[in-house]
Write a protein that binds this ligand. Structure first.
Ligand SMILES: [Zn+2]
Length: 394
């Protein structure tokens, strides 16, 4: 009997060691995988480390590159953030497409495609999502990108508190609306949500340090507009939308009615709620003078109705469960038109590219001194028609 128990124990121990080694190698590979952003042949004039704007980030996992695309003529400045939520790949990929394709002739475009690099370095437990996405370029080269988690990696900050008390740290508000509060209590895991940690704390958690650097960068460089690129579940109400701080409401409305709607792109313009703290469209409008905006697009690989989740779903957005959801209850279960039965990443990235181009153009119309002119903006109609995102990567 004793011998039998010993044998069972040894077998269980061997299986446990095998699983720990197997998953450990997979975790380690993902954590250390470096994406190949291609700047050769692009309009990137220099890269600057994010720690320039928060020295406490120096050498840490959050010390990412800021890609700077300077036009020959001085003008306005825009900052584009991708990868805030690393399980929303169109935001991350759209930022990479823009930094590899945009050619500003006037003004400056700053792009940070992996603002939550920590989130890109792991996956959400129990969600069964893919670890990577692959695209083939026009030259036939395969390029690999992270599919990550909504939150920063616990390796970088652990454990989560029971409750997360969001504060604005040392920042003094510039445009805080009267009657707005500056603190908020959130569930503990939100402490690793990049988009709940603005305006950031200089020596806080890694996530707070990154947010602090972004706020400080905008104030130091006097950046005129910041656009944060996201995706959301098709059943989430704020979808296919531009969320605008009060200071950017006019620009968002005009960009939609004069430009995006003309192109046949439906966007909802949503006001940034005053009581929802920590988000880019709220805090970066309150604590900097930039026009603060956030773009959302529907992502079937993210929602709770989704079926089997793999790289194909993340790229094609084709899910039979969402198709059913779109056909019952008069389609009221979803906030996006899913009648086509898919929502491919080429379309999702195209919507982000179109929104950024329209918002930047509208800022130049309303404020000529902030004008930014950009050549080589991908043709979004062609991007949607060809349905092959790899063609828009270098
Ligand atoms: Zn998001």
């Amino acid at each position: 009997m004793k011998k039998k128990g010993l044998v069972s124990t040894c077998i269980i121990l061997a299986v446990a060691i095998f699983m720990a080694v197997f998953t450990g190698i997979s975790f380690s590979k993902k954590r250390n995988f470096v994406e190949d952003v291609v700047t050769a042949g692009s309009a990137v004039t220099k890269t600057v480390k994010l720690s320039t704007y928060n020295p406490n980030l120096a050498g840490s996992f959050g010390d990412v590159d800021i890609y700077v695309l300077e036009g020959a003529e001085p003008g306005g400045q825009v900052l584009i953030l991708g990868g805030t939520h690393a399980n929303e790949p169109a935001g991350h990929m759209a930022a990479i497409v823009m930094l590899e394709q945009f050619v500003p002739t006037k003004g400056t475009v700053y792009v940070i495609p992996d603002i939550c690099k920590s989130g890109l370095s792991h996956n959400d437990p129990l969600e069964g999502t893919p670890q990577y996405l692959h695209f083939t370029t026009a030259g036939g080269e395969t390029r690999t990108f992270h599919f990550g988690s909504r939150a920063s990696n616990p390796i970088d900050q652990w454990p989560d508190p029971d409750t997360y008390l969001h504060t604005s740290g040392e920042w003094q508000p510039l445009n805080l609306p009267a009657n707005a509060k500056t603190t908020q209590t959130l569930s503990g895991s939100e402490v690793r949500n990049q988009n709940r940690c603005y305006p950031g704390i200089a020596n806080g958690t890694l996530t707070e340090k990154v947010s602090y650097a972004v706020t400080n960068m905008i104030n130091t460089l006097k950046i005129d507009m910041v656009i944060d690129l996201h995706e959301s579940s098709p059943e989430y109400a704020v979808n296919n939308a531009i969320v605008a701080h009060e200071n950017a409401k006019e620009i968002a409305s005009m960009a939609y009615s004069l430009n995006l709607e003309e192109q046949g792109m439906k966007f909802k313009i949503e006001p940034s709620p005053i009581s929802l703290r920590g988000l880019t469209h709220r805090e970066l409008g309150d604590y900097t003078d930039a026009f603060a905006l956030l773009c959302e697009v529907g992502n079937p690989s993210q929602g709770r109705f989704r079926g089997f989740t793999d790289e194909t779903l993340a790229i094609t957005g084709k899910d039979p469960c969402y198709k059913v959801a779109s056909e019952i209850h008069d389609g009221k279960l979803l906030y996006v038109d899913y009648s086509s039965g898919d929502f491919p990443i080429s379309l999702r990235v195209a919507r982000h590219v179109a929104a950024v181009a329209a918002l930047v153009e509208e800022m130049g119309f309303e404020y000529p001194e902030k004008e930014i002119l950009i050549d080589n903006i991908p043709d979004v109609e062609e991007m949607i028609e060809t349905d092959d995102l790899g063609l828009w990567l270098r």
